[in-house]
Write a protein that binds this ligand. Structure first.
Ligand SMILES: Cc1cc2nc3c(=O)[nH]c(=O)nc-3n(C[C@H](O)[C@H](O)[C@H](O)COP(=O)(O)OP(=O)(O)OC[C@H]3O[C@@H](n4cnc5c(N)ncnc54)[C@H](O)[C@@H]3O)c2cc1C
Length: 478
């Protein structure tokens, strides 16, 4: 009898999944411990076990929901001592599943996402990316919307939650704050979010480009959270419109700080104040809000993270003729997710590696060029990446009419009282298990604690904090 043909050729798996590396994987658990989805879904998702299943029986994995649950944060790969590239293997499996018409597993994955992850439509678009396996976005959104409606019907059938009467304040309406609010509102608590900006959503609203996350999708998600009874006070900046201590003196049982990392990192460079030099956050914010945004014809973006990729792609969409990213390390060291880099290059963004700016030159107060220097990489520095060292005499000048600095963001925590301890890098110190700060009853999570990270990590932190706040509030009632 003829053996049935494998859906996933063994050679492909061998090429993708370095058997030797897998054999030497001593199951340290770092990949699974780093994975926000594994934390959010518990025993339903374990990236390390999934790898082994793919190696042993790839065809069986095609019929499973598991490869659809990777949220592309790349933490597993970045921390894996063997350098196993899990996300790329999962993407291969997804594509093979679509090719072989296995759509049922995707539906199960969506059910798990809706059951466990607030902002399920946003995360599907911006984190899970099922479309990367070749599926149509509209179909995906319809499918997840249908699952959520069914989920809501089930929730409504359950007994309504009795109000606890406990008031909790949340500062910031990004994914961390919205998660805390949504989780605690479901427990019957009365939640008020204080948001500095005129509209809720945090970075999702302010900076993630419209072409990746349409504003109507976000509005729908936020409405869903408001329908749970959450009050969102926009245009209220804690530290300016209301003091942190006033919140403490109010009748709030607990406070959650989810103020993100919204301030551009200072970058001292000669010519940094010329007209035509702008920080990426400000540029993306303008692009999301202003009808007319001034963009140069020949744009230079400095940086190598995801924000640099979004900035470059947005500049192209706003009709720049040419966009070049300058990055001081090599492609392998880039903090941006490889997929985002590939997409930017496919769209026409040029990336010059091993190049750093020395100064920005101007004519009549306006930017006209960047003086650059070529870089060589030395031994790994404290970040574990090879240290960039300028090559003497390699300076060159590159003409440009706009420079966008995408060199990182930091939290702006000047509004916090001194007793709330900060880390050396100006993030909020928390107990990593409970997310409680150094002050009892005050919790924090998301980018304000980790520095710039990802949506799924902010949601994970929000869920942890919500659980701890619930325990804390219960302990006060005893
Ligand atoms: C351009 C860009 C693209 C990104 N793309 C992705 C992506 O594709 N995938 C991904 O996973 N992640 C992405 N991220 C990262 C992601 O957006 C963040 O990790 C996430 O939003 C962090 O959530 P957060 O709730 O901690 O903070 P934020 O989303 O930053 O929200 C904090 C909120 O607090 C408010 N606030 C600040 N100070 C105060 C105050 N004193 N009083 C009241 N309110 C205050 C702010 O206005 C803001 O609304 C991107 C980030 C940027 C900038």
């Amino acid at each position: 009898m003829e053996a049935s043909k494998a859906l996933v050729p063994k050679e492909d798996i061998r090429k993708l999944l370095d058997g030797e590396k897998l054999e030497h994987c001593f199951e340290c658990g770092i990949c699974t411990a780093s994975c926000s989805i594994a934390d959010l879904l518990g025993k339903d998702y374990n990236p390390r076990n999934l790898l082994e299943k793919i190696f042993l029986n790839p065809d069986a994995v095609l019929a499973s929901y598991e490869p659809w649950l990777c949220a592309w944060c790349y933490r597993c790969y970045k921390r894996c001592p063997q350098g196993l590239k899990l996300p790329e293997i999962f993407l291969y499996m997804r594509t093979a599943a679509v090719k072989n018409a296995f759509t049922q597993p995707l539906e199960i994955a969506f059910e798990k996402i809706v059951d466990n992850i607030p902002l399920s439509i946003v995360t599907t678009l911006v984190c899970f990316h099922p479309e990367r396996a070749g599926l149509e976005i509209k179909k995906i959104l319809d499918m997840i919307e249908h699952i959520r409606i069914e989920h809501l019907k089930k929730l409504k059938k359950k007994k309504t939650v009795k109000s606890s009467g406990e008031k909790i304040a949340v500062i910031g309406s990004g994914p961390a704050g919205l998660t805390v609010a949504s989780e605690l509102a479901r427990k019957g608590h009365k939640i008020t979010i204080f948001e500095a900006f005129s509209e809720p959503g945090g970075m999702l609203r302010k900076c993630i480009p419209e072409y990746r996350l349409p504003k109507w999708v976000l509005a729908k998600e936020i409405q869903f959270i408001e329908d749970l009874g959450v009050e969102i006070k926009t245009g209220v900046k804690v530290g300016e419109d209301v003091n942190f201590d006033d919140l403490r003196k109010g009748n709030y049982r607990a406070i959650f700080i989810g103020t993100g990392a919204n301030k551009s990192q200072a970058f001292k460079i000669e010519g940094g104040d010329l007209e035509g030099v702008i920080h990426a956050i400000e540029f993306l914010w303008n692009a999301n809000y202003k009808e007319k945004v001034k963009v140069g014809k020949d744009v230079v973006v400095i940086g190598g993270g995801n924000v640099a990729m979004d900035t470059a792609k947005t500049a192209l969409r706003l009709n720049a003729d040419k966009v070049t990213i300058l990055y001081r390390r090599s492609k392998e060291e880039m903090p941006a997710i490889p997929w985002e880099v590939k997409e930017a290059e496919n769209e026409g963004v040029k990336i010059e590696f091993l190049v750093a700016p020395k100064k920005i030159l101007g004519k009549n107060g306006k930017v006209s060029a960047v003086e650059c220097v070529r870089i060589q990489l030395g031994e790994p520095d404290e970040s574990g990446r090879r240290k960039p060292t300028p090559i003497e005499g390699s300076e060159f000048t590159r003409e440009t009419d706009m420079v966008i600095l995408a060199i990182g963001e930091i939290p702006d925590l000047g509004f916090l009282p001194k007793e709330i301890e900060l880390n050396e890098d100006n993030t909020v110190w928390v107990n990593p298990i409970t997310m409680e700060t150094s002050v009892e009853g005050i919790f924090a999570g998301g980018d304000a604690v980790t520095g710039p990270a990802t949506i799924i990590e902010a949601i994970r932190a929000g869920k942890r904090a919500a659980e701890s706040i619930e325990n804390y509030v219960k302990s006060l009632a005893r």
